[in-house]
Design a protein around this ligand. Structure first.
Ligand code: ZN
Ligand code: ZN
Length: 344
């Protein structure tokens, strides 16, 4: 099979590899699309603390079931369109034993520690194969994993109907987080400095705020009747985002930093302490929530007036994964970059 392999750090090669061999209980998937993620960039540059090479990158995988190597009943058949769940948790650590499998202390992730989706085929345990609707366009279905990150962040924050939510940053994950927070019932405002990203958020009917034109603190008071936001999702990883998130959060509100900052960030402890703010970490999405995120993507697709196809900024062939990583790293894309492998 053809695969784009990170043969050494910062070195990608198109190689002809043997097909993945299936152990008992595993499923072979023919890959249709693989999404490019910031963490692929981190692994590419050898900035990820635990990822190993050589490695096939990509953990945002849409494909079709090619072969099922188990006699146990599964909710899909050969030919079905599926997402491949990215995480392998140990099941025995304190996090796993309390149900927080995405925070497993020895978590293995496709594309980082085991081979991922930038190849014609990949394999996964049978319970990591998540069916998606046949009617859902491939390019939208391929967004299920990044949507699942947003889903877990909103679930962690406990976003509920009527909550006033501020999403700081409308990059690919910021926009998905805003759509997800609204799906949870939140009244969402998106703060973003790039005009094209603001315009895209507005096309999805989201309220927006440009901090280069308005003082965010004043705007927050106005939007929330002087109270502050119930939930703030920080999706820039910038110091400006960290300064803003505590200022605009209400007393006893909840802040979830979703983006992983590229360097250490300061938090103003006084304001944080006096407001008794809940600050919650979030990582990838556990498996049960992933299936719910897949349902959410279907619901959003069916929602009239949402130009879901605009969430994809660029589609590239397998030979141009390097270009996809560069685009992702540049921050020039106002949406997701997808690699088309077997998809039409
Ligand atoms: Zn990702
Ligand atoms: Zn574990």
């Amino acid at each position: 099979m053809k695969a784009c392999v990170l043969s050494d750090w910062e070195k990608l090669e198109i190689l002809d590899l043997p097909m993945p061999e299936l152990a008992d209980g595993e499923v072979l998937v023919e890959v249709l699309y693989g999404g490019v993620c910031g963490s692929d960039v981190t692994v590419f540059h050898h900035r990820h603390p635990t990822a190993t090479a050589p490695r096939i990158l990509c953990h945002e995988i849409l494909g079709r079931v090619k072969k099922i190597n188990t006699d146990a009943p599964v909710p899909y058949k050969v030919g079905d369109k599926v997402c491949v769940f990215l995480l392998r948790s140990c099941g025995n650590c304190p996090a796993c034993l309390t149900g927080h499998t995405s925070a497993c202390s020895s978590l293995k992730v496709m594309g980082l520690h085991i081979d991922g989706g930038f190849a014609e085929y990949c394999k996964a345990p049978a319970d990591c194969i998540i069916p998606v609707r046949e009617e859902l366009p491939n390019t939208v279905a391929a967004l299920t994993e990044p949507f699942s990150v947003a889903f877990h962040a909103c679930a962690r924050a406990g976003v509920k109907a009527g909550d006033k939510v501020l999403v700081i940053g409308a990059g690919p994950i910021g926009l998905l987080s805003a759509l997800t927070a609204r799906y949870f019932g939140g009244k969402v405002t998106v703060s973003e400095i790039k005009k094209e990203r603001l315009a895209l958020a507005e096309e999805f009917g989201l309220d927006t705020l440009d901090p280069t034109e308005h003082d965010v603190f004043d705007a927050a008071r106005e939007i929330t009747g002087g109270v502050g936001f119930d939930v703030v999702l920080e999706v820039t990883g910038s110091q400006a985002g960290y300064d803003t998130m505590i200022k605009v959060c209400r007393e006893c509100g909840t802040i979830v930093p979703v983006a992983i900052p590229s360097q250490p960030r300061a938090i103003q402890p006084n304001l944080f302490i006096l407001k008794e703010i809940h600050l919650l970490g979030t990582r990838c999405c556990p498996k049960d929530e992933f299936a719910r995120a897949a349902e959410m993507v279907w619901d959003l697709y069916k929602t009239e007036g949402l130009p879901m196809e605009k969430l994809v900024a660029k589609i590239l062939p397998l030979e141009e994964v390097g270009e996809g990583l560069a685009l992702q790293e540049s921050g020039r894309c106002n949406g997701k970059v997808l690699i088309r492998i077997g998809g039409e």
